[in-house]
Design a protein around this ligand. Structure first.
Ligand SMILES: [Fe+2]
Length: 180
């Protein structure tokens, strides 16, 4: 089974370098890796989980920063990064050639990876959305430290390529299982 869009294709895209880079490339890659691992255990599509994990914070923006650090008061009160991120991820995926169904699934998982911007109340997440929210939570550090963790371009690319390879192998063995 061939994927229309690999993580590497997303990673090298200037929009991803700009916006995912801004909210923390190291965090995005860790969440993608963890989302993949959890997806395998929970019978969720690992390709969609890794992509949604990788793109989940693509909607962050800078207006709440103060002296290069985030202003959490302002952030909590005004943030809509998941809404912005869902739209941005969707546009990017469609432009990169993702099929519309998968682009929508990934965008919804980005939209619902946090409920911090929503009025009180419980969300009913589907399994893909749960995987991404869980992976994000696992990688969070106190005080938003996960957004500041650094990684150089080539180490990041290498981890992305390794994850692409693992996803490809999983999808291949899944389709073999289905046909045998
Ligand atoms: Fe995050």
């Amino acid at each position: 089974m061939k994927r229309n869009v690999t993580l590497e294709k997303l990673f090298i895209h200037p929009i991803v370098q700009k916006y995912v880079g801004r909210s923390g490339m190291a965090h995005a890659i860790s969440v993608a890796e963890m989302a993949y691992d959890i997806a395998l255990k929970t019978n969720v599509n690992p390709d969609l989980a890794a992509k949604a994990g990788f793109l989940h914070d693509i909607g962050h923006y800078e207006w709440y920063s103060k002296d290069g650090e985030w202003n959490y008061e302002m952030y909590k009160e005004n943030d809509i990064h998941a809404i912005k991120g869902a739209a941005r991820a969707h546009k990017l995926l469609v432009r990169c050639g993702e099929n519309l169904h998968d682009a929508k699934e990934i965008a919804l998982a980005v939209l619902l990876h946090t409920d911090s911007y929503l009025p009180e109340g419980k969300l009913h997440l589907n399994s893909l959305q749960t995987v991404v929210a869980e992976a994000d939570e696992k990688d969070e550090e106190p005080g938003g430290g996960h957004h500041y963790r650094e990684i150089d371009y080539f180490s990041a690319l290498e981890r992305i390529q390794v994850l692409d390879e693992r996803i490809q192998q999983t999808l291949q063995s899944n389709s073999l299982e289905q046909t045998s």
